[in-house]
Design a binder for this molecule. Structure first.
Ligand SMILES: C[S@@+](CC[C@H](N)C(=O)[O-])C[C@H]1O[C@@H](n2cnc3c(N)ncnc32)[C@H](O)[C@@H]1O
Length: 266
């Protein structure tokens, strides 16, 4: 698979910068250089990313355990990082089925590590772009894995900061949610500067200078992404405040630069 893919290791990629800042090994000098420049200003970015990853675990575990979700569509999956979403939800429900989607060639190369489903469940990986929801929804990978007659949890964790145009982001979310059954949910997290304005704005400028279009959203802008859906408690909060366990509750707000929320399709 790797031979067929141009990894463009000479230019920084968001998935590899994220992997590097989380302590992973799937990154190259261009990614490490860009990451170094970004964290010079955005010093708490690695902490914020860990808080986001922890939010992913709580939110999806909650949906599987408390709301009985067995179907997950995760777009902007990123490189495998323990525990992956399927490990969290199959730890609750071994029959859970997961479709992972990302458009980064290096995530594709490592996708095999995401396909370690429990025997009763299923995971599939789709190389596709969030901005082409029809390609995702009509793919054999999705159709062969998820039953759209039953509720699906659509997750967009830490991807929408790279979709800078609000109309595009909202339009794609709604096109993805449209064919999903009533009772499906939208779970997302995205970057905000509300908790540390100077630090995040200069860090976001660093991403843009590295050739990765990125933006922070304020609470009102994040609320707009959920228009038409019913937010579950506690609404849109810094991710460390979303149904926190002891570990999340101990993280100071100024180290968390992500809003998160989960909402239900009526
Ligand atoms: C910061 S990582 C987040 C990984 C994971 N969801 C998490 O929260 O830990 C963002 C991921 O979104 C992917 N991504 C960015 N733009 C995308 C797009 N237009 N379509 C699909 N994936 C995209 C990147 O390749 C990267 O893997």
């Amino acid at each position: 698979m790797a031979d067929a893919v141009d990894l463009r290791t000479d230019v920084p990629h968001s998935a590899r910068i994220y992997d590097y800042l989380l302590g992973g090994k799937d990154n190259y000098p261009a990614d490490r250089g860009a990451a170094g420049n970004i964290v010079k200003d955005w010093i708490n970015l690695p902490k914020s990313m860990r808080a986001n990853r922890h939010f992913m675990r709580r939110a999806t575990g909650f949906l599987a355990a408390e709301h009985g979700f067995r179907q997950f569509l995760d777009i902007g999956t990123g490189l495998p990082t323990a525990p992956n979403l399927h490990e969290v939800v199959q730890g609750v429900a071994p029959d859970a089925r997961i479709v992972y989607v990302d458009n980064d060639p290096i995530v594709l190369v490592h996708a095999r590590a995401l396909l370690t489903s429990s025997p009763g469940g299923r995971t599939t990986y789709l190389d596709a772009d969030f901005r082409d929801p029809e390609a995702i929804l009509s793919s054999p990978e999705l159709k062969g894995t998820l039953d759209l007659g039953l509720p699906v949890a659509l997750s967009l964790f830490a991807i929408l900061q790279f979709v800078v145009d609000d109309a595009v982001a909202k339009g794609v979310i709604d096109r993805l949610m449209e064919p999903l059954a009533s009772g499906s949910v939208l779970a997302l997290s995205t970057v905000t500067a509300d908790s540390a304005p100077e630090e995040v704005e200069s860090g976001v400028a660093g991403y843009n200078a590295g050739g990765i279009p990125t933006r922070a959203r304020n609470r009102t802008e994040v609320e707009h992404l959920f228009d038409g859906y019913e937010l579950l408690d506690p609404g849109i909060v810094l991710v460390n405040h979303w149904r926190p366990d002891e570990q999340a509750a101990a993280v100071p707000d100024e180290h968390v630069h992500m809003y998160g929320g989960v909402a239900r399709k009526p």
